[in-house]
Ligand binder design. Structure first.
Ligand code: SF4
Length: 456
């Protein structure tokens, strides 16, 4: 029988892991009735959901339904490909790394990682990729009509998404992002984007270039609202819990160009304005403000409850929520998307990332920086030593917290809490020292922490 575009592949589930839970997840994702029932359930639930949460849930549910029913083509993309391109062509973007985060939150991270390791994938590969390959193995992913990756930042993404394209037998495109952000490099990238879009229209039925200006205009509307959200997040105490904000990095990575993102950010802006007006802060007695680098663990973890409730410490902002590109010119869509790709602060010389981290420290009144060192993430972890030296020289404590974002079995939660407790002590001590002695004390105490961390 010919497989319907967008449908899940059939086959036996892996005998390992939570088989009943996996069967239910497959049933939920592939059954039209469950989407109908989920929308019905949203009405009473809507009273408990905040309007911005409801906007996100409605948007994501509609896309899941369109993806799994085959109503719209699905395009897989690596995390830093501009999704405006995919929405603009009339497809649904699926970012397998983001789905790994959802899987971890739903309790399927470990079984999916196990399934990919059983298929021979190395533990050296970032678990966000191992998990997405396992999700494919467990037949939980929709079927893509094409796969697009960018060459920058995430090296594992290119290879794991290539594997998805081979498994599903669909076209694979690489956007080769020039290392230097020069006008010539951006023009070359814009040419690649245009060629990719035109080729996709020829190869995937149902796609067209007509929606691209509209998708970029929608992204601009969302951008305006989002910048207002960022301004509100500078308030003290922080008006949005960092633990929740880090969950919405998934939306930040995958929602640009959708019809629902402007509404989501508009509702979030209203929510934060109201929280500030009513002084309903998640950490009312805020003593310290953190900047969080890279992703968070997406399975249940005590880290944030400990920080917020026990240590009165807010995660005021996250590196991956930083909006780094200029407003789009919708008619010049290829050039605009190229400008977005080359503008990423994590690409190119390390000085770009250092400058961005420093501007976030100043903008959000940050007292300490935590980098979550996701196992296998070379692009982020490789900058750790430079960040440590750079921040300590400016009197800002820096903690590298090793762990796994998807697989709770290798998280070492107790060690993480010990290191966080020591870090918060350092923040306390820093507050009580005269400015002239802060840098010296931070350097000395962090050397002790580095040695402790390197033993783990
Ligand atoms: S954590 Fe790093 S290696 Fe893993 S998917 Fe994200 S960018 Fe790629």
């Amino acid at each position: 029988m010919k497989e319907k575009k967008g449908t899940i592949r059939s086959g036996p589930l892996s005998p390992g892991g939570n088989v009943r839970g996996l069967q239910l997840a497959r049933m939920f994702l592939t059954n039209n009735l469950t989407y109908f029932l989920a929308r019905l359930a949203l009405r009473p639930l809507g009273r408990r959901l905040r309007p911005y949460q409801e906007a996100a849930v409605q948007g994501i549910l509609a896309e899941l339904h369109a993806a799994y029913s085959g109503e719209k083509p699905v395009i897989f993309a690596s995390a830093f490909v501009p999704t405006e391109l995919i929405y603009g062509l009339g497809a649904i973007p699926v970012l397998p790394e983001v789905w790994s985060g959802f899987a971890a939150a739903a309790g399927f991270g470990a079984p999916a990682v196990t399934a990919s390791e059983a298929a021979g994938y190395s533990q050296d590969l970032c678990s966000f990729h191992r998990c997405s390959l396992g999700l494919e193995n467990l037949e939980l992913l929709p079927k893509p009509a094409a796969v697009i990756v960018s060459s920058h930042l995430c090296d594992g993404g290119r290879r794991s998404l290539y594997r998805h394209s081979r498994s599903f037998g669909c076209p694979f495109y690489v956007l080769d992002v020039p290392y230097a952000a020069t006008p010539d490099g951006a023009a070359w990238l814009a040419h690649q984007i245009e060629r990719t879009a035109r080729d996709l229209v020829l190869k995937v039925p149902g796609l067209s270039l007509a929606g691209l200006p509209g998708a970029l205009a929608a992204a601009n509307r969302a951008r305006t609202e989002y910048l207002a959200v960022c301004r509100l997040r500078r308030e003290r105490p922080a008006p949005w819990a960092g633990s929740e904000a880090l969950n919405y990095v998934a939306v930040f990575l995958s929602g640009w160009g959708s019809s629902w993102l402007p509404e989501f950010y508009a509702q979030l802006r209203c929510h934060l304005e109201e929280a500030i007006r009513r002084r309903a802060f998640p950490v009312p007695q805020e003593r310290h403000r953190l900047l969080w680098l890279n992703l968070r663990p997406y399975y249940a973890t005590p880290i944030f409850t400990y920080l917020e409730k026990e240590c009165n410490t807010s995660t005021a902002f996250e590196e991956y929520s930083h909006l780094y590109w200029p407003a789009h010119t919708p008619e010049a869509w290829a050039e605009s998307l190229a400008a977005k790709l080359v503008a990423h602060f994590g690409w190119g010389p390390i000085e770009r990332r250092l400058a961005t981290v420093w501007s976030l420290v100043q903008e959000y009144g940050i007292d300490g920086v935590v980098q979550f060192n996701q196992w296998g993430c070379r692009q982020s972890n490789g900058g750790g030593r430079f960040l440590a030296d750079f921040l300590r020289a400016r009197g800002i404590p820096f903690l590298e917290l090793a762990g796994d974002g998807v697989d709770g079995r290798s998280s070492g939660a107790a060690q993480q809490l010990t290191r966080i407790a020591a870090f918060v002590e350092l923040l306390e001590a820093r507050n009580t020292l005269p400015p002239g002695r802060r840098i010296e004390a931070i350097t000395r105490q962090n050397e002790v922490h580095d040695h402790a961390g390197s033993r783990h």
